[in-house]
Write a protein that binds this ligand. Structure first.
Ligand SMILES: Cc1cc2nc3c(=O)[nH]c(=O)nc-3n(C[C@H](O)[C@H](O)[C@H](O)COP(=O)(O)OP(=O)(O)OC[C@H]3O[C@@H](n4cnc5c(N)ncnc54)[C@H](O)[C@@H]3O)c2cc1C
Ligand SMILES: NC(=O)c1ccc[n+]([C@@H]2O[C@H](COP(=O)([O-])OP(=O)(O)OC[C@H]3O[C@@H](n4cnc5c(N)ncnc54)[C@H](O)[C@@H]3O)[C@@H](O)[C@H]2O)c1
Length: 549
């Protein structure tokens, strides 16, 4: 039996939904005449009434052992209030603005709840910025660079191979493959769930009418009962910089960098700045990392933040803290960054990575009485509802935490609130996964927070260099740190630095979620596979218990 949440997550449960699809081939957009209101009414068969039971028999899922049909949950709970019972005269029960992770999850939840839903996105492919310019390309790029670093370190290869610098867009060849595969996977989700996708820029005419620019100066209008804004974000571009200059980049444009540089400035030492510092040093570039704070990623546990700063320096990153741009001088083949402190830094190029802005300015929010903040973000309540009661928002456009992981869950939860699921809850606890080389991942409180709150905590540590698995796979640096209450042994925070950290963290996260079992003793009393990186939990737990008296 597939549970409700599991089927929501995979989105791939086949022909279980009863709205007609209008873009059968891919995420590609139907032509305007294909989506005209009149045709649509004929084409879209509203069969909400068919989805009445909680459990459905899935036609494609057959148990291989006894040939019986596998039951799946329809996505409703018995006490769900359904939009279909809201007697409305609109074409759609819900419209989703943006086909990124938040939009996709919202659309899947809505359609699985029997709603007639349409998704609008200006790209001709689904996946959002996350797939096309954010998470996926940067992580695929990071993996290629990681492989390159390991390859160069291996004496078996380095003798035979010539050391050659490679431009970024060539290293991205692998990333392009991953993007293609991701787009095709997600397109299938939309197709199988028969979700209509319209390509175009959406803007509001009023709180129940959307105008979609499907081609240059060609508009289509649709009406809807409820909407969810999941338009995501883009790099924040200050006016003092000319991003058309071939030596000035942001995190979108950097994916097209087609020349090799020796030296690059990264302005902004947030997650993007730090991840790219690893990527560039891995490619052999010299990096000046300009941080406008006094510590790298200062929301991290300071020991972890110190560790990444230390490793960056070892790899040749020059970190300049507490600095602020005055202006940038651009030349054909170099740039000079002038800092307010009077320093001047010359480099082949600059990557600006100083925050992001929500994509709200083209939405004509005034027409529905909404206003975004200075960074283009929308305010929502605990049910992801904006100040307008039929308009919801999720993902990067609402700010925190601006992660694809959370955007997906926020989209699903927002849709759950929209359909009236009684068990819907807002997303609250999100792990941090930072894909520097090595990785960083954390969940729960930091030492600084616990000290400020005067919680009597203790620390258990495991250094990767002592673990058999780490020695086998050649992990030289890394640490797992567990913070726990010294009286109750409750786990309060887990901080991991080292490769595989973003995977390792989930073991601790699962234990922390089990309220009755959330104690350090779990790791001592449970037999783990050996040798594994997960053994770090046992080692750290024993190390911590030895400190308790
Ligand atoms: C370089 C980089 C690396 C990242 N790495 C990670 C990572 O490793 N892990 C992680 O969890 N997160 C990562 N993130 C963050 C992650 O990409 C975002 O949190 C995620 O994309 C947010 O998803 P979303 O659905 O809110 O919006 P998006 O992915 O931004 O998608 C929004 C969609 O809305 C569309 N849209 C915009 N305007 C309109 C309009 N008017 N009408 C209709 N549609 C519109 C856009 O075309 C886009 O397709 C990274 C981000 C960047 C930039
Ligand atoms: N591995 C990941 O999870 C991952 C990877 C890359 C990006 N992201 C997401 O992308 C988002 C953007 O990353 P980023 O590195 O560009 O930005 P960031 O939010 O991490 O901050 C980068 C720098 O910009 C500054 N800054 C941010 N907001 C500002 C504001 N309103 N005014 C002035 N300065 C501000 C910060 O002080 C910091 O020095 C992050 O929120 C992050 O969640 C996540």
């Amino acid at each position: 039996m597939v549970s409700k949440s599991a089927s929501d997550e995979t989105n791939d449960t086949g022909k279980d939904i009863h709205t007609e699809v209008s873009n059968k081939s891919s995420g590609h957009v139907p032509s305007p005449e294909h989506t005209e209101g009149k045709n649509k009414k004929e084409k879209i068969e509203q069969t909400h009434e068919q989805v009445t039971d909680d459990v459905m028999h899935h036609p494609d899922l057959v148990n291989p052992l006894d040939d019986t049909r596998i039951d799946i949950k329809s996505g409703f709970t018995k006490d769900s209030r359904r939009l279909k019972s809201d007697d409305h005269e609109y074409e759609y029960d819900a419209v989703v603005l943006g086909a990124g992770p938040a939009g996709e999850a919202a659309a899947m939840k809505l359609t699985k709840s029997g709603k007639r839903v349409v998704v609008v996105d200006p790209r001709d492919q689904v996946g959002g910025n996350s797939t096309h310019v954010g998470t996926i390309p940067s992580k695929a790029l990071r993996q290629s660079v990681f492989n390159l670093i390991n390859f160069r370190r291996d004496p078996m290869f380095t003798k035979a191979m010539e050391y050659k610098q490679v431009p970024l867009n060539e290293v991205l060849a692998k990333a392009r493959q991953v993007i293609r595969r991701q787009v095709s996977t997600h397109t299938r989700f939309y197709e199988r769930n028969r979700i209509e996708v319209i390509q175009g820029w959406a803007s509001f005419i009023d709180a129940h009418t959307l105008r979609i620019e499907v081609d240059e100066n060609v508009y289509e209008t649709i009406t809807f009962n409820k909407a969810i804004i999941t338009v995501g974000s883009r790099p924040y571009r200050p006016e003092i910089l000319d991003f058309n200059h071939p030596r000035v980049f942001d995190s979108d444009k950097i994916l097209q960098m087609d020349y090799v540089v020796k030296k690059i400035i990264i302005y902004g030492a947030g997650v993007i700045g730090c991840e790219y510092a690893s990527i560039f040093t891995g490619l052999g570039y010299k990096v000046d990392l300009i941080n406008n704070q006094d510590q790298l990623l200062n929301y991290l546990d300071s020991e972890i933040s110190d560790a990444i700063a230390h490793d960056f320096r070892q790899f040749g990153v020059l970190i300049r803290s507490n600095e602020e741009i005055d202006h940038l001088e651009t030349h054909d083949d170099y740039v000079v960054l002038h800092l307010k402190s009077g320093k001047r830094i010359k480099s082949d190029a600059i990557l600006w990575s100083n925050g992001r802005s929500g994509n709200t300015e083209g939405l004509n929010l005034e027409a529905i009485g909404l206003k975004a903040n200075g960074r283009g973000q929308l305010k929502v309540d605990d049910t992801y509802c904006t100040d307008v009661d039929n308009i919801y928002a999720a993902g990067d456009v609402i700010g925190w935490p601006s992660l694809a992981s959370a955007a997906y869950d926020q989209g699903r939860c927002a849709a759950a609130f929209m359909v009236g699921d009684s068990d819907a809850e807002p997303v609250s606890s999100v792990p941090t996964g930072i894909y520097t080389i090595p990785e960083i991942s954390c969940i729960g409180k930091t030492e600084q927070e616990l000290t400020d709150e005067k919680v009597p905590y203790e620390v258990g540590q495991a250094f990767f260099k002592h673990l058999a698995r780490a020695q086998i796979i050649g992990e030289r640096s890394g640490v797992l740190k567990i913070l726990f209450h010294r009286d109750t042994l409750e786990i309060l925070g887990i901080h991991c630095y080292g490769n595989h950290a973003s995977e390792i963290i989930h073991i601790g996260q699962a234990v922390m979620k089990c309220k009755s079992n959330n104690t350090l003793e779990y790791f001592v009393n449970t037999t783990f596979n050996y040798p594994t990186m997960a053994e770090a939990y046992r080692v750290a737990a024993l190390n911590g218990l030895n400190r308790v008296f």
